[in-house]
Design a binder for this molecule. Sequence first.
Ligand SMILES: NC(=O)c1ccc[n+]([C@@H]2O[C@H](COP(=O)([O-])OP(=O)(O)OC[C@H]3O[C@@H](n4cnc5c(N)ncnc54)[C@H](OP(=O)(O)O)[C@@H]3O)[C@@H](O)[C@H]2O)c1
Length: 305
Amino acid sequence: MKNYSLGKSNLQSSRLIYGCMRIAGDQSVNAIDKGKRAVLSAIDAGYNHFDHADIYGGGASEQLFGELLKQAPHLREKMILTSKASIRPKNNENTYAPTRYDFSKAYILSSVEGSLKRLHSEQLDLFLLHRPDYLFDIDEVAETFQQLKTSGKVAHFGVSNFKPSQVAMLQSALDLPLLVNQIEINIHNIDALNDGTLDQCQQDKLSPIAWCPLGGVAYSAWGNSFSVEDEQRIADELTSQAQVYNCQPWQIILAWLLKHPAKIFPIIGSTTPERIIAAKVALELNYSREDWYRLFEARNGQAVP
Ligand SMILES: NC(=O)c1ccc[n+]([C@@H]2O[C@H](COP(=O)([O-])OP(=O)(O)OC[C@H]3O[C@@H](n4cnc5c(N)ncnc54)[C@H](OP(=O)(O)O)[C@@H]3O)[C@@H](O)[C@H]2O)c1
């Protein structure tokens, strides 16, 4: 798979990133085996960038991945390892505290330590703030990033689910460039097309990374408010385009994201080796502007003005 620079760095990421959120499944022996096979098939298929978060599987996803790296340490050299932190789910240790976001220095440092330990790694290539903390102090975050960089625990930084104003605010306090903004974008959720997120990515050379790229197609999207008729109209257009391009409808959805000039990196979250491999078909489709707008029109239920 062809690699591309992430943001202004020389980190070369495969255009499709492999998402590790689901790899530990229900944490049964069978699910763990399946997750390991999924990761190995992604590596074989040329994915070199793996996306984690401290909370995936309550830490079980990073743990599983770390076991693989322990068994085959040479795999680490060729890969980009990303993890995220800031979401602190309600737990039994402190039942008073609700689920919350936390950008405090103490929390971020301890979360990165936990990820490194589970991942059996000395350094994260990329660390992302998972969701914006409403009590976000940019100077404290800048100090935390500097400490993580100086200690060698993190090489590069980025954000996730940030609005353009939040990216600009954080960047104003940093000496290092933010490399990515990991956002939800799919045929259902097109906020990033309209709210300036992708504009900022192009302008500031920030790589947009798409989570749940198949949301609403392979399964219901979060907060999906589309009617049955809407879904049918989109499905019909996808089916008809898939026939023209001789591929699967879900591969058209990926091609639709890849067409955007901000250079979106979709994260593939399937745990099925055949789908992990077949996602690459989307990279080869010569997807046209006309088809991009036809699908947009089907999604919106009306032509653009
Ligand atoms: N930053 C954030 O806030 C955030 C939030 C959510 C996720 N993420 C990241 O984004 C990654 C991708 O998210 P995602 O896993 O939701 O992405 P996805 O690739 O859109 O969806 C994967 C899910 O769809 C199913 N699927 C895929 N193709 C299918 C098909 N053709 N027909 C039916 N089902 C199909 C998969 O099932 P099988 O496994 O059975 O194939 C799997 O359950 C995550 O792993 C995580 O790294 C980030």
